[in-house]
Design a protein. Structure first.
Length: 546
């Protein structure tokens, strides 16, 4: 123990000679006598009195949660402190945790074994036998994943999945019986069944969101913001402090830890229409189109705005073929290259820009394959992200991928020219990007602890947690939209002219939860340009009684 700590404690206890602490270890029973005095002074229970009750609590947690020994040990410490128990030695408590966890594991094995039929038991025993001429058992072969990412390895993996499905073990269902415990209210069978039916999950949020979108769309102020035909997609990074296959390293965003990307889509009415969990920080272009077509909205938007991370010639081609006007933000605009089909054409000052040559023969040769591929994406037979990966080999596009990228360069060139030539075009992209950033700022304020940390280990848990964040964000936006619309209607009724350019910005802000008490409007009457302060009656302070 540091000398400074001993001196500090000696001063608090009024001990003149701190060196007397050295005599503490000379007599073995001393620490036990002191522990007894501390227990008596604080009114603590002896560990032996509650050991059986603690064992039951530890066993239930090990059975229900499947947590590791460290998490259960920490939980047991909290339990002892809550019940005013003198803490035992660490090794004694650790032995209790290990014993109860092993008992829960044995109980689980026995339950699963009891649910098997005789034929299934024989089949499981056969999996442990090493066939003649083989070096491993069938079970070990099933456990071995692909050695590398390639077509033959993918075929082997699919064959292995087919074998496992054909074994009949995937239909095993133990039900609520082994989990329920009549003596514990939280584990009662009816309680578990009710939780299973009503637990808030990502599927429930997805089903509820269209109703919120319909409510938002019917508000006049939301209609003034946009028609819902423009969408923006961007990612928000979250650190995952717990071990997870979904978490990937990236020091720029996660430092020494690992994390995920919450890719979300919003409309020009500031409303979230869909989201997707992406492992690590994969390029958004791999998933943006996939998210766009899986958002579940009744009418798909006509324009898709993304950041620079979602840009690629292949993404341009896929989006254009799918009937979407793709408008990504462009970095290093002066260095962008345009493409031409006629080498002899003279574009004047744009000759340097249009220095790329398009080979439309590639598109013609693969046109039939391109149409079949687009049809499978449009009908959701395959995901666009899987298609983008399949169309590249070793970082280079395949022949079909190059044909789609060549087609996309036509629309990429038109997009660059529109960005350069049209200020409203540029403002539209920037406005949607700012709207998306404002949503992320609000999400960071609302998210628990404001730390951008997700403690769920699996995709389903992450979707449940971030799905809840998305639905809460939409509720905040809807509340502000209704409030602003009511304020504008009241101003119109009182004769205050509110022009379109004087309307408040989108109902999305980091401080959206604070109810504004005042807005500024132009005074009634023609020719008056003087701004005046107006207090909305819905939040006006009550007058003092006379």
């Amino acid at each position: 123990m540091p000398t400074e700590v001993i001196d500090f404690l000696a001063g608090q206890l009024g001990i003149a000679d701190p060196s007397c602490v050295k005599r503490y270890s000379q007599r073995e029973p001393t620490h036990r006598e002191h522990a007894g005095k501390i227990q008596k002074a604080l009114g603590l229970k002896d560990f032996a009195e509650v050991e059986a009750e603690l064992a039951v609590s530890v066993g239930r947690r090990a059975w229900v949660t499947g947590d590791g020994p460290k998490a259960i040990f920490v939980d047991a410490l909290h339990w002892l402190r809550e019940h005013d128990v003198l803490l035992p030695g660490a090794s004694r408590l650790a032995r209790l945790v290990v014993r109860e966890r092993e008992a829960a594991t044995q109980r689980l094995w026995q339950t699963l074994y009891g649910a098997l039929s005789g034929q299934q038991r024989l089949a499981l025993d056969a999996l442990l036998v090493v066939p003649p001429g083989s070096r491993v058992s069938e079970l070990e072969r099933w456990r071995m994943g692909p050695a590398r990412a390639s077509g033959p390895q993918m075929v082997k993996a699919l064959n292995r999945v087919a074998e496992i499905i054909g074994s009949g073990f995937q239909a095993l269902n133990v039900g609520y019986g082994p989990v329920s415990s009549p003596g514990v209210p939280a584990l009662d069978r009816r309680r578990i069944g009710h939780a299973g039916r009503t637990y808030l999950r990502a599927a429930g949020y997805t089903a509820a969101n269209p109703h919120l979108i319909a409510q938002q769309t019917g508000i006049a102020f939301a209609q003034a913001l946009g028609g819902g035909m423009v969408a923006a997609i961007d990612g928000m990074r979250f650190v995952v402090p717990v071990p997870s296959l979904m978490a990937k390293p990236n020091r720029k965003y996660f430092g020494p830890k690992r994390g995920i990307t919450w890719l979300n889509q919003i409309s020009d009415q500031a409303f979230g229409t869909g989201h997707k969990i992406v492992a690590g920080t994969d390029r958004d272009c791999l998933h943006a189109i996939d998210l766009f077509f899986s958002s579940g909205t009744a009418n798909l938007p006509e324009v898709l705005v993304t950041d620079t991370g979602s840009y690629s010639d292949l993404a341009f081609g896929l989006a254009s073929l799918l009937g979407v006007e793709y408008r990504p933000a462009l970095a290093d605009l002066p260095d962008q290259k345009g493409w031409r089909t006629d080498n002899g054409a003279d574009y004047g000052s744009l000759n340097t820009f249009a220095r790329g040559k398009l080979d439309l023969g590639k598109v013609r040769r693969h046109w039939g394959e391109i149409l079949r591929l687009i049809a499978t994406i449009y009908t959701s037979k395959v995901s666009a992200s899987d298609v983008v990966v399949a169309l590249q080999r070793g970082g280079r596009p395949t022949a079909l991928g190059e044909a789609i990228a060549t087609y996309g360069r036509i629309f990429k060139t038109l997009h660059i020219l529109s960005v350069v030539d049209s200020e409203p075009y540029r403002r539209g992209i920037k406005g949607m990007r700012n709207l998306q950033e404002g949503r992320h700022a609000l999400a960071e304020k609302i998210f628990h602890g404001r730390r951008r940390e997700v403690f769920q280990r699996y995709r389903e848990g992450m979707e449940d947690q971030l799905g809840a964040l998305g639905i809460v964000l939409n509720c905040v936006v809807l509340w502000n939209t209704v409030y602003i619309d009511a304020a504008l209607n009241r101003l119109h009724a009182q004769g205050y002219g509110v022009r379109d350019e004087d309307r408040p910005p989108q109902p999305l802000h980091a401080q959206a939860r604070q109810r504004p008490r005042e807005i500024f409007v132009r005074g009634p009457g023609a020719g008056r340009s003087r701004w005046r302060r107006h207090r909305h009656p819905a939040v006006a302070r009550p007058r003092r009684p006379r």
